[in-house]
Design a protein around this ligand. Sequence first.
Ligand code: ASP
Length: 324
Amino acid sequence: MFLKKISILAAAVACVVTASSAFAAYPDKPISVIVPFAAGGPTDVVARSLSQAMGTQLKGAMVVENVGGAGGTIGAGKVARAAGDGYTLLFHHIGMSTAPSLYRKLDFKPLEDFIPIGAVVDVPMTLIAKPQTTQTNLKDLLAYVRANKDKINLANAGVGAASHLCGLLLQSAMKTELTTVPFSGTGPAMTALLGGNVDIMCDQTTNTTGQIKGGKIKAFGVTSKSKLANFPELPPLATELPGFEVGVWHILYAPKNTPADVVSKLQTALQAAIKDPGFAAKMKDLGAEIMPADRQNSAGAKALLAAEITKWSPIIQAAKAYAD
Ligand code: ASP
């Protein structure tokens, strides 16, 4: 009896030791970071830089996998159903907070099915147009769009994408309905815009900076409240459309049930990666603002997500912009 008790105790101790040494060894294989949009777009660009910097911290590989479609909800749903073992993560943006109001049938619950690791960057958007556009300022572009609403195609990355949200605000502020063309991400949407196959789009500066600076597309305004240091020539959209403001915050998530030790290791790596000079310089070049330190952890990121769900829900309900 005594021996039996000892062996049960020994087995329990072995289990604890094995579990904690498993965490100590974490990561001992590549970590997959799901980006819920196509490769080459703005979320992808930030995720790849962050994964590289975090991989250095964790002494392991973080590999980005693009699972685009349905405004980011397909990729997010995949991570919600993944094992909470620290080897599948999600890098998503503001769309995580709008999806519950936009989608009547959503197969995940943002606040329950994920553990936020930390918020990373906040990225303004730009209103851009195909290279053939002849208007040269925001006022004229908006007048042209209003007058030609039946001809104008507004590209986005699907219902729930930041480009969709910005487009919704744009149409409601202009009191104009446009035809929207969804892509699996604004990487491919940018290709269509460059080719003149769609007319206008809102997209994060993390995708548009190079194209604007290189003179490949036309840019008309920014979605931040004030002008951006990187684009002093572009007016805030609010100068023509009062109150217009969108900032695209990004959070790294693990599925629920991820062990606390793993979450804490990832959080430490995320905070160090954000301070990495290479990562910080790249984000600055692309117009992305690093999130304040009190958002770079689980509690701060979760509070941001919860507040944004509360903020967007009545706006989306009023716009009746549902998807099935
Ligand atoms: N910028 C996209 C959006 O509109 C997503 C992407 O391709 O990163 O949400």
